[in-house]
Ligand binder design. Structure first.
Ligand code: MRU
Length: 359
């Protein structure tokens, strides 16, 4: 367990997840044996974080493949299309979910065209394993590129959890911090608790503690105080979707941090793999923002904290306009404005998804 915890893995017939709703005090495993169970685990945030839900959904697609290749290709593809629709609906904001299910569906189409029906399940399992392995490699590369931005003694503020738990391992926003720490540089992390789901307090603080990285946990409304006192050198956050003009959807509260960072002249970095980039949307206004149950605002750990029946709102994400972003740290390097041009070039230069295993 700890900093290198495996968040999502496959056992025959089941997608296995560390239950992130119970961390840090209880380390429980949830085994999902149907597509619907995987979708429900994503909805309930048993697994959360853009890359991690993509990986869970990729494995989840396997639960729609009938054993032994007895069903015809059309019937199998129909089942996979339905599975994709169910999984994609689970959470709307992170593009990694649809990205991963699309990749699995395309791999199935290609394999069936090649007459690989009898071992479709095994071949698709290899594809899901590849999605996970590539994500881990991207996190390490993000760490290398991002660590170069952190001088010795850097004090970094982060929001939500974009660590190993939110990915195949190692994280996105936490990766530069972990690399700099591993390289022997002193880094201190200010961790926003991240109301209302408390990913910062419960998950990021736990990961940093396990990794032995110095930190200070703060409530979200303390960020401006520490910036004003000159105690924050930069902000690094993850992303759920980065669109064509460089606008970024991330955990609710990210936008306010970016405004604060600009007001104090502090660099604001977004760390994300290329699977989080969605050039099909022109700007952040087009990003679907998940609305979650207001009970997550009126209650903490199941305990009511507000008068019974009080109306509450819970948009789970917000959009940070690209003008407020200093740079985007990807696995292929650090991108600076103009983001529209540099993101398009980044994806155009990318080798693209590898062909399905064995192709
Ligand atoms: O609602 P969550 O916990 O899934 O939101 C997670 C975030 O906003 C992360 O910053 C983002 O998904 C990047 S995770 C590497």
């Amino acid at each position: 367990m700890g900093a290198d915890v495996e968040t999502v893995w496959w056992e025959p017939g089941a997608v296995c997840l560390i239950d992130q709703t119970k961390l840090p005090h209880t380390q429980a495993i949830v085994r999902c044996r149907s597509v619907e169970e995987v979708a429900e685990a994503i909805r309930r945030m048993v697994v959360r974080g853009a890359p991690a839900i993509g990986i869970a959904a990729a494995y989840g697609m396997l639960l729609a493949v009938p054993d032994g290749g007895a069903a015809g290709a059309e019937a199998v593809l129909e089942r996979l299309q339905q599975a994709k629709a169910t999984l994609d609906r689970a959470r709307p904001t992170a593009v990694n979910l649809g990205w991963a299910t699309t990749r699995m569906l395309r791999a199935a189409q290609w394999l069936l065209q090649q007459g690989a029906a009898p071992d479709l399940a095994a071949r698709l399992l290899e594809e899901a394993h590849a999605i996970k392995a590539e994500d881990l490699a991207m996190c390490h590369a993000i760490g290398e590129h991002g660590a170069a931005l952190l001088p010795d003694g850097a004090r970094v503020l982060t929001h939500c959890n974009a660590g190993g738990l939110a990915t195949a391992g190692y994280g996105t926003a936490l990766a530069p911090i972990r690399k700099a720490h591993a390289q022997g540089r002193r880094v201190h992390v200010f961790v926003d608790e991240t109301r209302p789901f408390l990913q910062g307090a419960r998950l990021t603080a736990w990961e940093l503690q396990e990794a032995g990285i110095p930190q200070t946990l703060i409530t979200d409304n303390m960020a401006g105080y520490f910036m004003r006192r000159g105690m924050i050198d930069c902000v690094i956050v993850g992303a759920d979707r980065i669109v064509a003009n460089g606008d970024v959807a991330n955990k609710i509260g990210t936008y306010s941090l970016a405004v604060l960072a600009r007001a104090h002249g502090i660099p604001f970095y977004v760390a994300a793999p290329s699977s989080t980039i969605d050039l099909s949307l022109p700007n952040g206004d087009a990003i679907p923002i998940e609305e979650r149950d207001a009970a997550e605002v009126t209650h903490v750990a199941g305990q009511p904290i507000a008068p019974a029946g009080v109306p509450a709102a819970h948009p789970a994400f917000d959009v940070t306009p690209h003008e407020l972003i200093t740079a985007i740290i990807t696995e292929r390097g650090v991108i600076y404005p103009p983001f529209q041009e540099h993101l398009a070039r980044l994806l155009a230069d990318a080798p693209g998804e590898p062909a399905p295993r064995g192709a």
